[in-house]
Write a protein that binds this ligand. Structure first.
Ligand code: DLL
Length: 433
């Protein structure tokens, strides 16, 4: 076992003790240094000394994304500038970005999280890791980079884009691990095919480290089939660290959370009550060690569940369900709730359908129009209108079976929908607000 993985197996009682000790340091630190947190605690009538046992964390106020925007750039920074070594920012969808200053120790803990994920996937210092997440303000590139280096891997920092060159380097340098968004990997795969490169035959690729966007088990299977690799899930967010807050182990369809650094809770997003393990709700994290921009009870908006029971791999860190949806990406069409991942799961049931699709919503005066544009794989794409119509009906049935609505299905030719180098935008909502 790589020494970096030893912490994954800590005894649960020792873990809880450690978490409490860390929280009892963090809460007064945050209270003293971050006026917003202090104000909220005072409004709730809760003091740092009220944290006597782990469950007491539930008495403390939440933090949300708009707090980060409102307090931009330094309002939530708790460490002096002499201790800050790095900034990451996330643009979000609207308005001002959020800015997360980090200390050297914050960067170290984050890198350790990524390294522990990689080790769990079976990646070793012998591996060559091509980091095709974007480098810069986004945490994907530098996060994967530092984590892979910490494990002792050889890192090829290609960043995203320049796809043909990426494929050439992958071949020439013997890349064994690629780290990028799943949607960018699918784009790489299409480009490789066009270049006559077969991942199985012409490269040494064995692992994919994919995250930063929701991707279904169906897409995971497709990727594994297309490239002959193991596709691993890595989860994280800028506000908490970046990639490497949690990662999936080969034994469970979920992700071990590095609970010794990132304390998870699941809450009901409506009542804000903490839910017991086993129940689905919104994931909330407290950063136990961060000192640059600590987060106490940060509401991620990601929907997940903390699984019950022990993982056969022996790791004691709790397992969260893979994140397929966010509370804010739910679409309401004709009064029905639809998540893009449900559409994806339906589409991927049809083998002639390629993993490239777009959901387009528009409206007339009285009606929502819900269209799904999806590519057909080259082998199944034909000029025969009747064949395509038969396929279209099969796709419709597959999607309808999951979402319970009848969308307009538009089949399009291979490589016609936009591709992405980073996070893909699946939904275009042109409805009048
Ligand atoms: O996406 C960090 C990251 C980079 C994670 C590279 C994994 C790999 P943000 O840009 O702040 O940070 O976006 C965070 O992306 O709240 C989720 O909604 C989504 N997300 C991240 N990883 C996954 C995943 C990075 N594995 C937001 N599965 C999160 C599903 C994910 N969604």
């Amino acid at each position: 076992m790589n020494p970096i993985s030893q912490k994954d197996y800590i005894d649960r009682a020792a873990l809880r003790k450690l978490q409490l000790e860390k929280l009892q340091e963090l809460i007064p630190y945050e209270y003293e240094r971050v006026p917003l947190f202090r104000r909220r605690c005072d409004e709730k009538g809760v003091k740092p000394r009220d944290l006597v046992k782990l469950e007491d964390l539930g008495k403390f106020p939440f933090m949300i994304k708009t707090d980060l925007r409102d307090e931009y750039p330094y309002g939530l920074t708790a460490a002096p500038m002499k201790d800050i070594v790095r900034f990451h920012c996330s643009s979000g969808t609207t308005g001002k970005p959020i800015c997360i200053p980090a200390t050297m120790n914050d960067v170290d803990i984050w890198s350790e999280g990524v390294a522990r994920c990689l080790a769990m996937y079976g990646i070793t210092p012998d591996d060559v890791v091509q980091v095709s997440y974007g480098y810069g303000l986004f945490t994907g590139g530098l996060g994967a980079h530092y984590g892979a280096e910490k494990l002792g891997c050889a890192v090829l920092p290609t960043s995203a884009g320049n796809t043909e060159k990426q494929i050439m380097l992958m071949k020439d340098l013997g890349t064994t691990v690629i780290a990028c968004t799943p949607s960018y990997f699918l784009h790489l795969a299409t480009s490789a095919e066009k270049m006559g490169v077969d991942f199985r035959r012409d490269t040494k690729l064995k692992h994919g480290v994919f995250g930063a966007e929701p991707w279904t088990n169906e897409i995971k299977t497709r990727i594994e089939e297309i490239a002959g690799i193991q596709a691993h899930d890595i989860y994280g967010l800028t506000e908490i660290a970046g990639p490497g807050v949690a990662g999936n182990c080969p034994y469970c369809n979920g992700l071990h959370i590095w609970e010794d650094h990132f304390y998870p809770e699941i809450i009901d997003p409506d009542t804000l009550e903490v839910l017991p393990d086993g129940e689905q709700g919104e994931l909330v994290f407290t950063t136990l060690d961060r000192r640059g921009t600590p987060m106490v009870r940060y509401r991620t908006r990601d929907i997940s569940r903390l699984q019950l029971g022990e993982c056969p791999c022996g790791r004691t860190m709790r397992v969260m369900d893979r994140v397929h949806a966010r509370t804010d990406d739910m679409l309401i069409v004709h009064g029905v709730n639809v998540f893009p991942s449900q559409v994806e799961a339906g589409l991927m049931k049809v083998p002639e359908i390629a993993p490239h699709y777009q959901i387009v919503l528009s409206s007339t005066d009285t009606l929502d129009i819900f269209e799904i544009k999806v590519e057909v794989v080259p082998e199944a794409f034909s000029d025969n209108i009747r064949d395509l119509e038969v396929l279209r009906k099969r796709v419709l049935e597959a999607v309808k079976g999951i979402i319970g609505l009848t969308p307009k299905i538009t089949l399009v030719g291979p490589a016609t929908l936009p591709r992405s180098e980073g996070k893909i935008k699946r939904v275009i909502d042109n409805r009048r607000k």
